[in-house]
Structure formats: C-alpha cells, structure tokens
Design a protein. Structure first.
Length: 599
C-alpha cells in the first residue's frame, strides 16, 4: 500500500514513473529461465510446434492433437517466440503483456470513476497482490484469460456507470468471446448482470458524479451476446467444419472433447484437482489476495453501507466476485488460478476505500504483523539451514542449492522494514517487502531453480549419448522432455496406459535396436518386467524424479505389439525442423557425456 499523502492529480511524469515501475516489476527475470512444469512446457511446445509445422488452427502437442484448450494462448505464445526469436523470452510475453493490460484497465476505470489518485492507488494495490504478480510472471493461460475477462468487465461497466456507450458494450462482449477461446470461462463478466438488473428495476443511481445507471435492455443484451458468439464462431465454426468433414476419427474426437468434455463435463464432473467446496475461501483467497485480504475486516462494513444506499460502483463488482467464487466452488474440480479473474473486480470494489484504509490503524497493524511473520519465518529457515537441520539439508541436496544466507538476509530486510516504517504504515511495509521478494525470486531464484526445473541439460546429455543417428522413445508422455529433445523422439499418447505403451515401445525399439533408445522415469521402472535394465545409463535427478536411458538392445526378446498404442513423432525434435533456432540460449554438450553414469 502507498504512502498516505498523495496529490489529487498526477503529472504525466508521475504516470510514466508508475508505468515504468510496473514494467520493471513484472518483466524482471524475462529470459532468465526455461518453461517450468506443470503447464509452461506444454504451451511452449504447442507454440513451437505451430511455428515448425504451420498448423495453427488446431493445436498439436508432440504430434498429437491437443484438445484441452482452444488455441488463442498458443497463438500469442507462438507470436512472442517468433517475434523475439527466443523461446526463453517469447514464452513469457503473453502473460507479461496481459498483466500490464489488465493493470491499465483497472487503473483507467478506477480513475474515471473516482479520480486520478484513486486510480493510482488501485494500480499499486494490484501490483501488491501476490497472485497477480505471480501469474504475470508465469506462462499459464490464466493471465491472458484475466485480461479478456477484465476487458469484458471494463466494457460493461463503462456502459453501465459512465455510459451509455454502445462501443464499449460491444467491445466487452467481444472480449468475453476471446476469453472463451482462451479458456472456456471467458463469460465470467456476465456475473455483473444480476445486480445490474436488480438496480435498474429499482431506478437506483450508479455513479452520482457521472449520471444514472444505464438501463439494461434485452435488445442490448442480445446484441452483446451476438458479438460474443461471432468471436467464438470465428474459430469454432471452421474448426467444426474441418473436424466434421474429415475422415480422421482423431479429429472428430478432438471436436467432441473440446466442445463437451472440456466444458460442461469438466465443470460438472471433474476428474482432476478435486477439492471441497470451501477450498477457495479457506485455502486460496487468504494468500492469493494478500495483502488486500488484510483490509477486509474493515472494508466489509463500508461496502455494506454503499450497497445499502444503492451504489452500483460497489455492488456490481462485489456481487460479481461473490457469484464467480460460488460458481467455481460448486464444481468438484478446483485450482487456485481459477480465482485470478476475480482480482480486478475486487480491486475496483476496494479502490475508493484505499485512502481511508491506509490511514486506519487496524489494517496497518495487520500488515505490520504479516511482515514480522514472513520475515521471521524466512530468517528462521535461513538460520536453521546454516545449522544443517536435517529437513532443510535434504531440501538443499534435492535441489542442489543452499539459499540460507539469502533467506536470512530477506528475513533481516523484512524486520528492518518493520522497524523503519512502524506499525502505523504496516501496509506500506508488507507491500515493499513483497516487491523485494519478487525482485530476489525473479533473479537469483530463477538462476538457482532453472537447472532443477528444466531438463535442458539432461536432454543435451541424452543427445550426446545416443549419437547423431540415434532416436529416443519417451515412456509416459512428458511435455518438458519433448520440448528440449535434440534427438528424433516418439511417444505413445498422453493418456495411454503404461501397460499399452510398453508393447508398442518394444516393437518400435526392435526395428532398430542398435540406434534406438528409451527414456524412462523412475516411477515407471517397476512396470517394466522384461529387459536388461542394468545396461541403462543413469541421467541423475531432474524435477523430482530420477531418469534412466535404456538402449534398444536391452529389450531383445520382450513382448512386442505395434498396434497396442499409437506412436507419435514430435515434429520439434526432428533435425532440420527449425525448432532449435528458438533455443539460442542452449549450449551444446561437448567432450565426455557429462552427468551420465553407466549402471
């Protein structure tokens, strides 16, 4: 949170300084790391495969159709990688630009509703929020989705509170259509409509400083939904025609998967990330909305007073947040990132209260306590690490890093901020500390964690071991391995059971056992009941698992069945595909095969 005394109007230099700081905070570390699991390698592989094959309309992953998500995020990733010529920079650009765009929309709407000072405070509050910065620095689909849902809400609220503005109304619905093509739930801004309809029936003012609430008419709603549908059909209709007119059954399966399984079935009968109904309220929002959540005990009473007098500027975003949280809570499948689209609406509701909240002693004491707690935990962990406490020693051995002095320094920084800023400015202290933490993580943290989270070096050793004519089969599909593979690589399908993969893998190896190899992760070794595993090469520990490279000659005489599972060749792994022009940071392994141990 900001200092209390701020000018009512900012000069262009002030806004420029704020924008420069936002870019610095969110872009820091760009190009310093590879895509990390779980989601980043998948979308980077999708994007580079699009660039290599020229097949942009229907995404593929390792040569296999990818039906989990529509293609917009993959298009933006491919564009970023192509423009920069670097996977390391380009794969993060969509989230970075979407984060900056979301921030600009929040600031602009808050400024128009409440004035320049409140607009700036809303921007600072957004940059202080933990989940916002995290997702702007992460190449997941959710930051781009949040940009489109925020643009959708922006268009609807511009029309409702500052309108009428039919252009913004149509733009808002078109943005929702783009959001649907990003992750299916781009319609979330429609959660603004129930409260809008209720307020309109009562004839309540929305913004006394900007006129009455624009009525919500059925004709306008149908027009908006038409704009939304037009954007969705711009991709959806050709996709349906391509998949329906083709004789390829996999295309028909893709169509049915993305239209039905990944939408209604995924919501109503989720098969992954199963959590109780209270998961978001109890386990996600307390950290995702930090430090904003520290102000809620004092903000709620003010919100209630504003809602009682019919202030649409408060009721519309607050009611939408409540409805969205309920919507996602009703589904058995839950992930913390699903809450990200609620954050801009929450900041808009909180924006007019920020000056008063920053002056109150209660929220500042809560912020002061948070700084003391975070700093104390980091400092204590650093001290225990220096004392070689067993759990931390195992952690250091597992990741190959010992950040104890840095943690101790960060803990000292937090305590120092608390001493300098004092409890009456606790919100300032916690915000400054979180920004310092992001600065450390985006630089030194990336440098330390990238060798563990990225298999780049391991796959370079694999390429050296198998030689220029070698080929590799990947047992149990893994996007990050295919992304960094320098050798022609095949896999047997994302959802194929291991007992079906093995006979197909044995048949593939048997065709050229002297130059074909199989890459196996430790958890799958127990499923291999045939072959001389002692001939394998131990590649060491990578991303929580041990990996083994086995030659084809180790499986002579094993059961083979070429038809047991499909076999996909990853286009990005084929020499001459052009994929490696985007891996400019990768250094070839020369000399001996470093890190490979014969079992």
């Amino acid at each position: 949170m900001p200092p209390l005394r701020m000018p009512l109007r900012l000069s262009w230099a002030g806004w420029l300084a704020f924008g420069a700081f936002a870019v610095l905070l969110l872009a820091l570390g760009l190009g310093w790391r590879d895509p990390w699991p779980a989601d980043e390698p998948r979308f980077a592989l999708n994007a580079i495969e699009m660039l290599v094959t020229g097949d942009f309309w229907i995404p593929h992953r390792g040569g296999e159709l990818y039906a989990d998500k529509p293609p917009i995020f993959m298009w933006t990733s491919a564009l970023g990688i192509w423009l920069t010529g670097s996977m390391r920079i380009g794969f993060l650009l969509p989230s970075l630009l979407a984060g900056l765009g979301t921030l600009a929309l929040i600031v602009d709407l808050s400024r128009r509703l409440y004035g320049q000072r409140i607009g700036l405070l809303a921007g600072i509050a957004t940059l202080a929020t933990l989940q916002f910065v995290l997702q702007a620095k992460t190449a997941q689909i959710d930051m781009l989705l949040t940009f489109f849902t925020t643009l959708g809400a922006y268009g609807l609220l511009r029309h409702a509170l500052l309108g009428p503005s039919r252009w913004w109304w149509r733009t808002g619905f078109a943005a929702m259509g783009a959001g649907i093509l990003t992750k299916g739930v781009g319609f979330l801004p429609l959660a603004l409509l129930p409260a809008w309809c209720w307020l309109g029936r009562g004839g309540v003012s929305g913004n006394r400083g900007a006129g009455r609430l624009t009525p919500l008419r059925l004709r306008d709603l149908l027009e908006g939904l038409g704009c939304l549908l037009a954007v969705v059909l711009a991709w959806g209709l050709p996709m349906i025609l391509i998949t329906s007119l083709s004789d390829d059954p996999s295309l028909a399966a893709y169509r049915d998967n993305i239209l039905f399984k990944q939408t209604g079935e995924r919501y109503a009968d989720a098969w992954a990330h199963l959590r109780p109904w209270y998961y978001y309220i109890a386990q996600v929002l307390p950290w995702a909305w930090m430090p904003l959540v520290l102000t809620f005990p004092w903000a709620c009473s003010n919100w209630w007073r504003r809602i009682r007098r019919g202030d649409a500027r408060t009721l519309l975003p607050v009611s939408a947040v409540v409805l969205i949280v309920i919507f996602f809570s009703l589904s058995p499948g839950k992930r913390g990132v699903y809450m990200l689209p609620t954050l801009p609406l929450m900041v808009l509701a909180l924006a007019p209260l920020l000056p008063a909240l920053a002056r109150r002693i209660g929220p500042n004491r809560a912020g002061f306590g948070a700084v003391i707690l975070l700093g104390g935990l980091l400092g204590l962990a650093g001290l225990l690490g220096l004392c070689d406490v067993a759990p931390l020693e195992r952690l250091a051995h597992r990741y190959g890093i010992s950040p104890w002095w840095e943690w101790l320094a960060l803990g000292g920084l937090a305590l120092g901020l608390a001493l300098v800023v004092k409890p009456r400015r606790g919100l300032v202290a916690v915000t400054l500390f979180l920004w310092c933490l992001w600065g450390w993580w985006s630089t030194q943290g990336y440098v330390w964690m990238d060798p563990e989270r990225s298999p780049r070096d391991m796959m370079a050793r694999v390429a050296q071991q198998v030689g220029p004519t070698g080929e590799v089969a990947l047992l149990n599909f893994d996007e990050e391995i295919l992304l960094h593979s320098r050798t022609p690589s095949v896999h047997f399908g994302d959802m194929t059971p291991i007992e079906e993969e093995l006979p197909a893998a044995m048949a593939w190896l048997a065709k050229a056992p002297s130059r074909r190899w199989m890459l196996v992760v430790d958890k799958d070794l127990e499923d291999i009941d045939c072959g001389e595993l002692g001939q394998g090469f131990d590649l060491g520990h990578q991303n929580r698992h041990d990996w083994l490279l086995l030659p084809g000659i180790a499986f002579a005489g094993c059961h083979q069945d070429r038809g047991a599972a499909p076999i996909y060749l990853a286009p990005t792994s084929v020499p001459g595909s052009g994929a490696w022009r985007y891996f400019t940071e990768t250094k070839p392994v020369t000399g001996e095969v470093a890190g490979v141990t014969h079992r």
